[in-house]
Every structure is written in structure tokens, then in C-alpha cells.
Design a protein around this ligand. Structure first.
Ligand SMILES: Cc1ncc(COP(=O)(O)O)c(C=O)c1O
Length: 649
């Protein structure tokens, strides 16, 4: 058997950080000032010392690491790389699994890799006080430790839900001399604004960032430090991947896939960016960022300009975002509850160089427990996201019978997260969707007025509309309609238009699912699938398009289940040309073999219809698109799982 640990001597601590900007196919888009104007380095001086501003804007491939910083890195770097022999055996996989373990730092995660240089550059510039935010508590404790070592006072705004879940993270920060405040707090205008509209707010990283930035901008003696997202943070973390590349060489291996959890993006960038350089040089390596299904920034967010914080105090950056006022559910991976993403990671996802995947909470804890029981280390809930994806890749290797080399980042240990594990074992954790309510919420946050349609869940839709109206009066309304009833559709479109005398966008999202195996297809099921998944969106598009002006937009949610459409375009065209509904249902019955998987077929039809209509609608200045978001934890997914479990899994 090969070795389990691959260790480097202290002399191998990198002496330069790697700047991925030098290897991007296109230069990154510069950030903008909060008012949208060009951002000057001077504008950042209220928050950051000059050396960090220069790193933020740097295009230089290698940036030297100061000796004083390397000297502190010696306390835990180089971090070990492990081959997960025991996990491989537990999974009975031909895959070779390796993990880089960042939990050996004093604070227990990768975060000190940037906390130390940030505190050091501030101290060099004569700054003796820093504010920051923390989600999981890992970043706050890292900066507290670094500040203590370098003579800088630290005040941490800690996201409320983590403040309550992790009292010992608070104690750690206090041990290292920092002051800890639950966010949203009454100390800042940003915190007070949130508390006014939502006194029970669980907080979010975006809100805590607003508070820390507001305070630093207002005080001459105080700078601000951010634990993720910004280019200089990504840069500092690359010590992880630079070491890992050397350690993989020691193991005589090279990864097929590099995996890391992704919140703001820093530990992902740290491990993966040095492999981007290899990829740019032609080496085949997949890079996979893993995020929570309840806060699916990279997989479901828009690639758009947005603020890094909730109150709109930070610069505007191009990134994947769920809207800067999106408050994710209180999952137990606090470090991943962020509405946005690092612009550099987002750009790499956008360019197809990095892949992203979203995983639900329970599956991540299940993976973390299996990991702990085989490898011994108890991972942080954030790190469990990478463990989950690494296990899934290893299982995939088992199914295909092909070995593959998997490298993942175990970004931190979970010793201060045991209350979360307790709740998992007690069956008290649950999966959260990024439900349709959240789409409405995020659009609303971007200034749209929304008409929330619902059928059976009209109560929840009314509650949502009320909460949106509490935030911005007269901005949301809930409307009930059964979309299977053709007669209900035109009035629905008219009511939506009548509310504000305009209609700018339609999101066709409603859908139903039944299994329809050959030999068991009932007329009623065909009827329902065709009515809700095909006829309703078609009629809605027809009813809404004339009410939209130029610039209108229509999005229909299809499914990966509809991917077979290209093989069947002629057949689908036959159905789309059948004029009336009864005849359509008859066509489906007569072609039972074709519509065998009724759900998938209805989604194929939507794709073809979207292509057909785009021609006509674009002449009216209306865009129409169809998306296939991939398996997504929505309430429908549980019906799908129940229906397919026995026969498919
Ligand atoms: C252990 C751990 N892993 C991952 C993350 C996610 O942050 P990032 O994406 O910046 O690495 C955090 C954030 O707090 C964390 O504490």
C-alpha cells in the first residue's frame, strides 16, 4: 500500500502566491463604485492598506510572500495531504482519493492563510484596528488570532444564527482578544434597518459585511478585512494548491478532478487556482466548486453586477449572485450562506473552466459522518460539501469501473460545530429548497414588483406577498389559479397586467410529475401532464406576450429530462401542430410509446416550442428562453424521489 500522509518540510512553504489573473483568457472586469462609477484605488483607501489594494488590482503572476508572514505560516504550514485509503475501502471504489487538510491551523481552517497577511499589511501601514464579519466563526477566529499576533485590535460582526449555534467560536475569538457582536446589530445603520423590518432575522454574511464596512468607513483609525470574495484573499489562499501540487507529485499522482466547498470562494480558489494554470497549459483536470442547494449562487444565480453586501455599501462586482438582499435559510454551514461569489471564481465558472454543483444539507452531513468514521477527522459542515461531492465522484468511478484520481479540500475541522452534528443525529436537520418563493424574493430585491401565482400553496404565496409588501409597500400580490384549467389562464395574465398596468417578465415554472411506465399510462395522467407542463405555459405565453412591451422577457423552466428533444423534433412538431386540446390528448394516447416518459416528453415539447416561438417574439422585442437547471431540491423533487426510488435506485 502507498503512504497515507504526504508531508513537505517547512522549507517548502511557498515563497510566492500565485495570481490566476495572469492566466485568465480575458482580463477580469474591474469593480465599480457603489454608485456605479469607475472605482479608483483611492476609493478603497478608507478600508484597505495600499499593499492589499495593489494586490487586489495586480495582474502579476507571482506575488512575493513577506518573510514575516511565512514565519507565522510555519506554525501550521505546509499542511498535510492525505490519501484516504480507509474511505476508499469503505466506498469499495477504484478511485484514488486525496485530501488536503487545512484544519491543522490554530483556528481550525484555511482562513488564517489570509488573516495573517491581511493583519500584517495593515500593521505595516500603521493601522491598529480592524472590523470584519464572520459566518461560521472560522474567519472571525482566524483574524482574531492574526490580530493578536500582530498587535491589531479586531471587532467581529458574527452572523446571528452562527452566534447562537456556536458559542465556543465566540469564546475562541475572545480568547484571542477580539470583540464579538451578533449581526444584525443595533450598532450600525445597516443592522438597524434589517432589525426594523425583520426583528428575528437570522442574519447573513451580506448583512454582517455591511455592518463591518459601515463602521470601518466611518472611523479613521479602523480598516476593514474580508475573509473571502476579493482577489487578494484568493491570492493568499493559493498556498494550499501550490503545496498540494507538490504533494500530489510526491504521491506520484495527478488529480482528474479537484473539489472544494464554495461560499465566497476562497478555499476553492486556494486549492484549485494553481491547477487552472496547469489547465491553461493544456493539462486535463476538472475543477469542481460545491455549494449548498439552499444557497445555489453559482448554479442558479445570475451572472450580473451586484453589491458584495446587503446594504449596498461595497463596490459592485460582476459575479454569480442571488440578489444582494437574498437571506439564505439558516443551514449549518454558515460559511456558505453568501448571496454572491468571488468575481474570479465566477468568471472561471462563466468561461466553463470551473464546474459548479449544489448539494442538499442532509447529504453533506451523511458524507461527513462516513468520512469521520473512516478517516477519523470530523469535518466542518462547510467542508462536508466537498466530502459529499468527492464521495459521489468515487461512487461514479465504481459504477463506471474506471479509476479516477480525486483531490479535495478538507477546509476545516468541525470541533466547534458538534451542536450541528447533534442536531443531525437527532433528525432535526432538514433540507431547504431554493424555492420559487426565493426567485420571487430575489427579483423583488432587485426592484421588481411581483405577481406570485400559486394553486394549492396559495396560503404560502399570500404570506410571501405580505412579507414583500412589508419591505416595500404595494410591490407584491398573490393570485390563485389552477393552470390545468385552460379558462383560468387568460384572466390570470390580465390580472397580472392590471395590477401595475404593465407586464415585463413571465417565469413559467409550474410543473407536475408522475411516472408513466409503458402499460400503466392512464388518460387522467396524460391529461394532467399535458395540461400543466405543456398547455399552461403555451397559453400563458400566448396571453402574456401581447401585454408585454418591447424589452419583455419570458423564461420557461424545462428539465434535463427533456434533453432527448433533438432526436424527436419531427414527432414533437406533429403534436404541437394538433389544434385542440382533446385532439392533443388523443394524439398522446395514440402515441403512447413516444410519450412513454410523460414528464420528459412534456419538457422536450417546451424546449421545441421555445425555439419555434423565439423567431416570432424577438420581432416584437420580447426575449424567450428555456432553462434546464438540473436536479434541484424543490418540493417536486421529493415526489420524484418517492416515485422512482424503488425501481431506479
Ligand atoms: C471551514 C470552511 N470551509 C469553507 C468556507 C467557505 O468560505 P470560502 O468559500 O471563502 O472558502 C468557510 C467559511 O467560513 C469555512 O469556515
Amino acid at each position: 500500500m502507498t503512504d497515507t500522509q504526504f508531508l513537505l518540510p517547512e522549507s517548502s512553504i511557498p515563497d510566492h502566491w500565485y495570481n490566476v489573473v495572469a492566466d485568465l483568457p480575458r482580463p477580469p472586469e474591474p469593480p465599480r463604485a457603489p454608485d456605479g462609477s469607475a472605482l479608483t484605488p483611492q476609493a478603497l483607501e478608507a478600508l484597505f492598506p495600499p499593499a492589499l489594494i495593489a494586490q487586489e488590482m495586480s495582474t502579476q503572476r507571482w506575488v512575493p510572500i513577506p518573510d514575516a508572514v511565512r514565519d507565522i505560516y510555519r506554525l501550521w504550514r505546509p499542511a498535510p495531504l492525505y490519501r484516504a485509503h480507509r474511505l476508499e475501502r469503505a466506498l469499495d471504489t477504484p478511485a484514488r482519493l486525496y485530501y488536503k487538510y487545512e484544519g491543522v491551523s490554530p483556528a481550525g481552517s484555511h482562513k488564517p492563510n489570509t488573516a495573517v497577511p491581511q493583519a500584517w499589511y495593515n500593521a505595516q501601514a500603521g493601522v491598529r484596528r480592524l472590523t470584519t464579519e464572520t459566518g461560521a466563526g472560522q474567519w472571525g477566529s482566524s483574524l482574531a488570532m492574526a490580530g493578536q499576533m500582530l498587535g491589531v485590535d479586531v471587532r467581529v460582526y458574527m452572523v446571528r444564527v452562527s452566534y447562537d449555534q456556536k458559542p465556543h467560536r465566540r469564546s475562541m475569538m475572545q480568547t484571542w482578544g477580539a470583540e464579538v457582536i451578533a449581526s444584525p446589530s443595533p450598532h450600525t445603520a445597516a443592522g438597524r434597518a434589517v432589525l426594523e423590518s425583520q426583528p428575528e432575522s437570522p442574519g447573513a454574511l451580506g448583512i454582517a459585511i455591511s455592518e463591518a464596512v459601515e463602521e470601518a468607513a466611518a472611523r479613521a483609525d479602523t480598516n476593514y478585512a474580508l475573509g473571502s470574495v476579493l482577489n487578494h484573499v484568493m491570492l493568499h489562499q493559493t498556498v494550499i494548491g501550490l503545496e498540494a501540487r507538490e504533494q500530489m507529485a510526491l504521491a506520484g499522482d495527478y488529480p482528474d478532478v479537484v473539489i472544494a466547498p464554495c461560499g465566497g470562494g476562497s478555499n476553492f480558489a486556494g486549492l484549485a487556482f494553481p491547477f487552472v494554470a496547469d489547465k491553461a497549459a493544456g493539462r486535463a483536470v476538472r475543477l469542481l466548486a460545491v455549494e449548498p442547494a439552499s444557497c445555489p449562487t453559482l448554479t442558479r444565480g445570475a451572472y450580473a453586477h451586484d453589491y458584495g453586501d446587503t446594504a449596498g455599501l461595497t463596490p459592485i462586482m460582476r459575479m454569480y449572485t442571488l440578489g444582494h438582499d437574498f437571506v439564505p435559510p439558516g443551514i449549518h454551514a454558515g460559511g456558505l450562506r453568501y448571496h454572491g461569489s468571488a468575481p474570479l471564481v465566477a468568471q472561471l465558472v462563466h468561461e466553463g473552466i470551473v464546474e459548479a454543483r449544489a448539494v442538499p444539507q442532509l447529504a453533506t452531513f451523511e458524507a461527513g459522518v462516513l468520512f469521520a468514521r473512516s478517516e477519523g477527522i470530523i469535518p466542518a459542515p462547510e467542508s462536508n460539501h466537498a466530502v459529499r461531492a468527492a464521495i459521489d465522484e468515487a461512487l461514479e468511478a465504481r459504477h463506471s469501473g474506471q479509476p479516477r484520481v480525486i483531490l479535495f479540500n478538507l477546509s476545516g475541522h468541525g470541533h466547534f460545530d458538534m451542536a450541528s452534528y447533534d442536531r443531525y443525529f437527532a433528525g432535526e436537520l432538514r433540507d431547504y429548497d431554493y424555492p420559487e418563493a426565493a426567485i420571487a424574493d430575489a427579483l423583488h430585491g432587485d426592484g421588481w414588483n411581483v405577481v406570485v401565482h400559486a394553486h394549492t400553496s396559495i396560503g404560502a404565496a399570500r404570506e410571501l406577498a405580505e412579507s414583500l409588501n412589508a419591505r416595500r409597500p404595494d410591490s407584491a400580490v398573490a393570485v390563485a389559479a389552477d393552470l390545468r384549467d385552460a379558462a383560468a389562464i387568460e384572466p390570470l395574465a390580465k390580472a397580472a397586467h392590471a395590477r401595475w398596468q404593465r407586464l415585463d417578465a413571465l417565469v413559467n415554472n409550474a410543473s407536475s410529475y408522475h411516472r408513466t411506465p409503458l402499460g400503466a399510462i392512464g388518460v387522467a395522467q396524460i391529461d394532467e401532464l399535458v395540461a400543466s407542463n405543456l398547455r399552461a405555459p403555451l397559453l400563458l405565453i400566448q396571453a402574456c406576450a401581447p401585454l408585454m412591451g418591447e424589452g419583455g422577457a419570458i423564461v420557461s423552466i424545462s428539465s434535463n429530462g427533456g434533453m432527448g428533444f433533438s432526436r424527436r423534433i419531427p414527432t414533437i412538431m406533429q403534436l404541437l401542430q394538433v389544434p385542440d386540446y382533446a385532439a392533443q390528448v388523443k394524439w398522446c394516447e395514440d402515441n403512447a410509446d413516444t410519450v412513454r416518459e410523460g414528464y420528459a416528453f412534456s419538457k422536450e415539447c417546451i424546449i421545441v416550442w421555445t425555439m419555434l416561438m423565439s423567431n416570432q417574439l424577438i420581432k416584437k422585442g420580447i426575449r424567450i428562453n428555456c432553462t434546464m437547471p438540473g436536479p434541484t431540491q424543490t418540493p417536486m423533487m421529493s415526489h420524484f424521489e418517492q416515485a422512482t426510488k424503488a425501481s431506479v435506485l
